[in-house]
Design a protein around this ligand. Structure first.
Ligand SMILES: Cc1cc2nc3c(=O)[nH]c(=O)nc-3n(C[C@H](O)[C@H](O)[C@H](O)COP(=O)(O)OP(=O)(O)OC[C@H]3O[C@@H](n4cnc5c(N)ncnc54)[C@H](O)[C@@H]3O)c2cc1C
Length: 504
């Protein structure tokens, strides 16, 4: 079915089976995607039970259904040209995410794809289907360094990207270590993931990694240890990890949404939540074709470079979310009739400015893109500065949105009360908004509650703050990587201190 010259890849049998059921050789619709997840993966729910089927389990199922909707966009004439592209060699349709961008136009189209997903998921998932390829594209952008380490590993990366595009795979990344006592040297911590055996056909891994959000409903983890020094060679590993590898266990965190919820009461929570987890490697064999780097201590500090697309995706998703925040602010004030109050308009303008600033960052990063190894890369300095802005202002924007609602976020009643024969009519009479019925107003504030104040919204706020390193770490990236030398020299000359000694 595929135009691949690569031999059938290990651990993707269920994906291949699902693809064989469809009309497109390289694209899965939602139903095919859900079927592809029944691949023997081991997922442990917070109540200690094993999840039989992530596509239908109450904790993971609603999110899988939401991802299925994103996959269906690939077959929707309205979105098809945005979320897929025609392979320039074969003409076959493939997922836009796996397209290796070689022009600015490619990046602009990827940006539109992030917009399409954000409209479908409200951006409540930091690791949606289109995010997954970002890490691998980062590897492609620095492929010369991998090539210098090992031409075989560089080929493994190229083949993985090609194979993933041909099979419409979903992935998410593993970078951060599990949090533990910092007084113990990093390499001596029991959780540290390391190679415990190397064989001609692959490597054996023991230890753990953290978060890999969405991993339980994707097909692969992309693993790259890049967040700093202090590890020994056996812990310096880059690889693709099939989620269903024997010996791999995913321990899900406690859910924030309890049981199935109605769309009327919780419009966003009904779409599920992104589960985070600890990933336990219990002597897991990884086939050599999925190994991308091994024992290369030079790669331990390559976070800024290898994550160029990851960080841009995260910022761009938040830019689209911010536009949704601005639209939400507008509707709040219109239905409360506060839209003519100067102080209220100023608050809406503040949220709008946040959205416009992030929009500018995400577009400017493309307009000022760079070419690395023939791959077009969003400007990494602009991405880091935009990321820092997006998360350091996030809580204030959430607070402003909540404040605009007044009692609306609290004074909400579930549908059973609206349907109550005695009290429903009273609520109808007592609570109308401007231009909306009382029940419509209630439904809208349930939407705003899910967006800004629910347990799921709180988890997302925590996620936005640290999911791709905390603000202080990003600030250090901005400090180190955004060049100020030319203007610093200009200022020295202007001030007449050009000949003074530079600080060491
Ligand atoms: C919900 C969620 C989802 C995540 N998703 C992913 C994922 O998909 N993939 C992945 O690989 N990781 C993911 N992460 C992990 C994330 O990258 C880490 O949490 C983050 O890098 C912080 O590391 P830590 O939690 O070990 O904090 P610690 O290292 O324990 O640090 C705690 C705090 O100390 C301060 N601090 C630490 N180091 C520095 C420093 N160098 N400079 C200044 N201040 C510092 C910061 O305030 C920091 O928040 C996720 C985390 C969360 C909570």
């Amino acid at each position: 079915m595929t135009d691949s010259t690569v031999k059938s890849p290990p651990y993707v049998d269920k994906v291949i089976e699902a693809l064989a059921d469809g009309d497109e050789p390289h694209l899965m619709n939602g139903e095919q995607y859900l079927k592809s997840l029944a691949d023997g993966r081991r997922v442990i729910a917070a109540d200690g039970t094993e999840v039989d089927d992530v596509a239908s389990h109450p904790v993971t199922g609603p999110a899988a259904q939401t991802f299925a909707k994103v996959m269906d966009l690939q077959f929707d004439p309205k979105w098809r040209d945005i979320v897929t592209y025609a392979d320039p060699v074969t003409g076959a349709r493939k997922s836009r995410g796996w397209q290796v961008p070689t022009t600015r136009d490619d990046l602009y189209r990827k940006r539109e794809q992030i917009g399409a997903t954000t409209r479908t998921t409200l951006g409540m998932f930091g690791r949606p289907p289109d995010y997954g390829p970002a890490m691998s594209l980062g590897f492609m952008a620095i492929i010369d360094r991998v090539q210098a380490e090992s031409p075989e590993f560089a080929d493994n990366i190229r083949n993985f990207v090609q194979m993933s595009g041909e099979h419409n795979l979903l992935s998410t990344d593993l970078i951060a270590d599990a949090q533990s006592d910092r007084s113990v040297p990093r390499n001596d911590r029991p959780a540290t993931l390391r190679v415990v055996d190397e064989r001609p056909d692959g490597i054996v891994l023991r230890g753990s990694k953290i978060a890999g959000s969405s991993g339980s409903i994707t097909h692969f983890f992309t693993l790259s240890t890049t967040l700093g020094e202090g590890l020994g060679p056996d812990a310096a590993i880059w690889a693709a990890i099939p989620v269903n590898l024997p010996g791999l266990s995913l321990l899900l965190r406690e859910p924030t949404i309890n049981g199935p919820v109605s769309r009327e009461d919780h419009p966003l929570n009904a779409a599920g939540e992104e589960m985070d987890q600890m990933i336990v490697f219990d002597d897991v064999f990884v086939p050599r074709e999925y190994v991308f780097s091994l024992r290369n201590l030079d790669f331990l500090k390559l976070y800024f470079e290898s994550c160029v697309y990851v960080l841009w995706h995260i910022m761009t998703r938040l830019a689209y979310r911010a536009e949704i925040f601005a639209g939400t602010a507008q509707v709040i004030t219109e239905i409360l009739g506060t839209d003519k109050v100067p102080g209220v308009r100023r608050a809406v303008a503040e949220i709008t400015t946040y959205a416009q600033t992030l929009r500018a960052f995400s577009i400017a990063a493309i307009a000022d893109s760079q070419t690395w190894n023939g791959v077009e890369v969003p400007h990494p300095g602009l991405v880091s500065a935009g990321r820092l802005h997006s998360i350091t202002n996030y809580n204030r924007i959430m607070y402003t949105l909540q404040d605009l609602c007044g009692q609306g976020l609290i004074s909400r009643w579930p549908e059973k009360i609206w349907d109550h024969p005695e009290f429903g009519p009273k609520l109808d009479a007592f609570l109308p908004g401007h231009g909306v019925t009382a029940r419509e107003k209630n439904r809208f504030f349930s939407f705003v509650y899910d967006l800004t104040a629910s347990g799921n919204a709180q988890r997302l706020g925590l996620f936005e703050n640290v999911n791709a390193t905390p603000p202080s770490f990003i600030a250090e990236l901005v400090y180190q990587h955004v060049d100020r030398s030319e203007t610093a020299q200009f200022v020295r000359e202007y001030a007449g201190i050009a000949d003074a000694d530079l600080p060491s």
